[in-house]
Design a protein around this ligand. Sequence first.
Ligand code: HEC
Ligand code: HEC
Ligand code: HEC
Ligand code: HEC
Ligand code: HEC
Ligand code: HEC
Ligand code: HEC
Length: 325
Amino acid sequence: MILLKLRSLLPVFFLLSVSSSYGSVKENVLLQDTISYVSPFAETNKGCFKCHSLKRFEYTDEVSGRQKRGLMLPRMILGKQQFYKSNHKSFSCTDCHSHDFAIYPHPEELKSELHFYCLDCHGGDPAYAKFKFEEIEYEYRKSVHYGLEEKGFTCWNCHDPHSYRIVARNSKSLTEIVAYDNSICMNCHSNKKTFELFSDHNMVNFKRIHKWLPRQKVHFKSVRCIECHGTLGKNILVPHYIVSSDNAVRECMECHSDKPVAMSSLLRNNSNFESAEPLIDEAGLSGIKIIGPNRYRLIDDLSLKIFTALLAIIGIHILIRIIKK
Ligand code: HEC
Ligand code: HEC
Ligand code: HEC
Ligand code: HEC
Ligand code: HEC
Ligand code: HEC
Ligand code: HEC
């Protein structure tokens, strides 16, 4: 009960504590999309990174005054560069975490610290209307992963709070989009330690479960997991309804045909995404040569010739056998 109340108050706390620091962010907005982004909180964040970006850390024990050393758990090691390239790069660590983390050893009660959810900040905000957060949440709630919430699964488990950045919407490179989006799934579905935090089952062997799919390497570089495992959200750019594997796409023709239905989300004109209709045109398909929609005339002709030649050889073969008899 108290927790619930607290949670509903979180956005208020956030506004109170962050609005002051946001005033100073404005002048940095122009710098945002350059890699050499300079955070207004670079100095304060350094205090956290000095431990949280390294395998080993040192600190002075308050009681004995002695220098002590420790090993950082791998999942607590954060990439500094990734953080400063992420959507939330303009944040201070303590915008999302308690200021009491400045103390080390961290106070025990912080282990059960509450976190903000995406919609606590983005919900109902016209500035982010184009992302359709509410519809994304609606789709996610139908998803296989929503059932894992009691084990602590949230949007953050796909959107790493310290590295998540927009790719599908902004990138012109299909290869980059596929690589980034698939890494979101693979960070867990091929990482036993992370996976087991949320499941009592053994992790399935990824190659074996997709054995029916030829040229796995080519496929996983050219299409996203969500092309086969997600259903198309009508108004959202990235499908968020992950269906159970019985309902995943297995039909080759859903992609290898003139109408690659299963790929319409990937091939949407991402930068101008407004319409509900998938946009499959020359531009959308650039960078990807899928057998089917934009095959080469030359290859078609060639395969036809090879096929006729084969028929001819078989014909001659039969003829010779008949003559010999
Ligand atoms: C002296 C090294 C050190 C410094 C400085 C430090 N941390 Fe930590 N932090 C750790 C270690 C080690 C852990 C692993 C769990 C533990 O020992 O409490 C940790 C754990 C955490 C956790 C996870 C808590 C949990 O159990 O879920 C968070 C969040 C965190 N630190 C945030 C911060 C923030 C924010 C700062 C800066 C304000 C910071 N830390 C500064 C060493 C440090
Ligand atoms: C946009 C909000 C946000 C910002 C900014 C942020 N964090 Fe976090 N952090 C989170 C959330 C949410 C979690 C819990 C993630 C989860 O449940 O998987 C988390 C978890 C952690 C953990 C524990 C990781 C684990 O796997 O248990 C550490 C350590 C941490 N943060 C340190 C930092 C440091 C250091 C910074 C600043 C460089 C920082 N955080 C900035 C939201 C944030
Ligand atoms: C504590 C409040 C807070 C939380 C929680 C939060 N965000 Fe944000 N988010 C922001 C703010 C503020 C910005 C703008 C940062 C800036 O402009 O530097 C932002 C930026 C973004 C952007 C980039 C928008 C753009 O136009 O470039 C995306 C996408 C985004 N957030 C998604 C998410 C997702 C997904 C989650 C949950 C996994 C989440 N956010 C959680 C406050 C939050
Ligand atoms: C199973 C993994 C997964 C979960 C869970 C998930 N997302 Fe996503 N989300 C993705 C992927 C993959 C992308 C594409 C990232 C990219 O390339 O920009 C994405 C993109 C987004 C975007 C950007 C969409 C755009 O139009 O540019 C938003 C906003 C977002 N997610 C919000 C959420 C919210 C809110 C939740 C929880 C209610 C959530 N996501 C849960 C995987 C997930
Ligand atoms: C943080 C971990 C994590 C991430 C990230 C994640 N998953 Fe999962 N996923 C799980 C777990 C755990 C299960 C449940 C497995 C079980 O116990 O049956 C699951 C279940 C599934 C299932 C259903 C399997 C079935 O039984 O029908 C599919 C399909 C799936 N995930 C695909 C994806 C895709 C696609 C993405 C990326 C967009 C993704 N997952 C991201 C952990 C994750
Ligand atoms: C070409 C379509 C396709 C692509 C691309 C694809 N999958 Fe699958 N996947 C399937 C089908 C179909 C099944 C069901 C196989 C079966 O049950 O025999 C499956 C099974 C799975 C399962 C097993 C679920 C279970 O039953 O426990 C997981 C997990 C999974 N996929 C995750 C992923 C991830 C992660 C990616 C991206 C790297 C991905 N898949 C890419 C079609 C695809
Ligand atoms: C979700 C969409 C999708 C599905 C489903 C799919 N493919 Fe593909 N396939 C692709 C894409 C995209 C490529 C890559 C084209 C490229 O990069 O040139 C590809 C490439 C291939 C290639 C060429 C590999 C190479 O070496 O260039 C073969 C062969 C192939 N697919 C066969 C199949 C078969 C057989 C099935 C059904 C069992 C299937 N595909 C299902 C999208 C799909």
